[in-house]
Design a protein around this ligand. Structure first.
Ligand SMILES: Cc1ncc(COP(=O)(O)O)c(C=O)c1O
Length: 383
């Protein structure tokens, strides 16, 4: 049975060309890039070439790119690093739909005396620039708003928020893990001071990412050691990962084709009674579908689809054997009896034929689950 992989927001397959380049580094350029001998210098050169390519890609200077292990570390370094370097300012603004690597970091800083405003989103799943502006205070250090939400794929007004922050003299960080390579990124146009990226979401290996830190921004290291990466991220450089990340910049994004297949998927799914798409369809990344089916459990549906070779993700997270609702779906006020029956499908290499198969299987399983559900569709208010 062939697998149909529809979980590209969780991670992506490493691109063939990227994998070949990475393999070559593993085998031929394995020296420590900080070593002073010729092998070390060769590895260093690979790192610096990759840094330059990545910097050019986002309109930054090479010295502004700090390689990290991925999105979680980049977000931690951005937020904790700023907090540590600027102790006189104790207020942070973020949104309720951020990734846990931002939310949990902010919660941790609250325990250390910081005050954090978690601003809400509208029912489309969008942060309003005006809401950010209203919350800025004299002691605001940072605004951290993601570019694209990982669950519902909604695109945030980053340029507008960036402009507000710039005018108010507040640092602006954006978690661009889900937007990088899918939307154009220009750090100057977006007015970001810090920006996080992860390799494994863009067909590069796991364990590599970077944090863009605009020149002049005061950030302290959060991990001590040999002082690599301009003193901001100690640890031996991940040369294969860094080379892989730069190689991933050349991976062709099939925007038009995937958007078309995604739109077909949405159209077909909506034919199933008691179905809703969560979050804005207009301001949304082109490979994301987040869908809810009235009265059923998304987990059961996900497991049934898995048995058919279809990999999707649910809208709720399973924590300590207890099903918890997705905080993102809650934030956009998805009705209670839809919220548990949600799936996230994030498309990559997939054909229209496969999509038809996926929809037919979803239809079949939803019908099956509805038969055993205590919540009958007639009870729904039609939302
Ligand atoms: C929006 C967003 N931020 C951060 C991360 C964390 O990235 P990583 O897995 O590289 O640590 C993810 C991963 O799911 C994400 O979707």
């Amino acid at each position: 049975m062939a697998t149909i992989y529809l979980d590209n927001a969780a991670t992506t397959k490493v691109d063939k060309n990227v994998a070949e380049k990475v393999k070559k580094v593993f085998l031929d350029s394995y020296a420590n890039p900080s070593s002073q001998h010729s092998c070390g210098k060769e590895a260093r050169k690979l790192v610096e070439t990759a840094r330059e390519e990545i910097a050019n890609f986002i309109g930054a200077n090479p010295s502004e790119i700090i390689f990290t292990s991925g999105g979680t570390e980049s977000n931690n370094l951005a937020i904790r690093g700023l907090a540590k370097a600027n102790p006189e300012k104790k207020h942070i603004i973020t949104s309720v739909i951020e990734h846990p690597s931002v939310l949990e970091t902010c919660k941790d800083l609250e325990k250390q005396g910081f005050s954090v405003d978690y601003i809400g989103v509208n029912e489309e799943g969008i942060v309003e620039g005006a809401d950010v502006k209203k919350k800025i205070r004299k002691d605001t250090l940072l605004v951290s708003i993601m570019h694209v939400n990982n669950e519902i794929g909604t695109i945030q007004p980053i340029e507008e928020i960036g402009e507000v922050c710039k005018k108010k003299g507040v640092y602006f960080h954006s978690d661009c893990v889900q937007g990088f390579m899918k939307l154009g990124i220009d750090v100057r146009k977006m007015h970001v001071d810090l920006l996080s990226v992860s390799g494994h979401k863009v067909h590069a290996p796991k364990g590599i990412g970077f944090l863009y830190v605009r020149k002049g921004v005061r950030v302290s290291a959060v991990q001590t050691g040999g002082g690599q990466e301009n003193g901001l991220r100690s640890g031996t450089g991940n040369v294969p990962g860094i080379v892989g990340l730069a190689a991933a910049l050349s991976v062709k994004q099939e925007v038009t084709r995937i958007r078309k297949v995604r739109d077909l998927l949405v159209k077909e799914l909506l034919k199933i009674p008691g179905t809703r798409i969560n979050g804005s369809l207009k301001k949304r990344i082109w490979n994301n579908v987040n869908v809810s089916f009235y009265g059923i459990e998304g987990e059961s549906l996900m497991l049934m689809l898995d048995k058919e070779g279809i990999c999707v993700s649910t809208g709720s997270a399973c924590a300590s054997n207890k099903l918890s609702e997705s905080y993102v779906l809650k934030a956009i006020k998805v009705p209670e009896l839809y919220i548990h029956g949600s799936l996230r499908l994030t498309l990559g290499e997939i054909s229209e034929k496969d999509i038809k198969f996926v929809v037919s299987k979803i239809n079949e399983k939803v019908e099956k689950l509805r038969k055993i559900s205590p919540f009958k569709l007639e009870m729904s208010d039609g939302k």
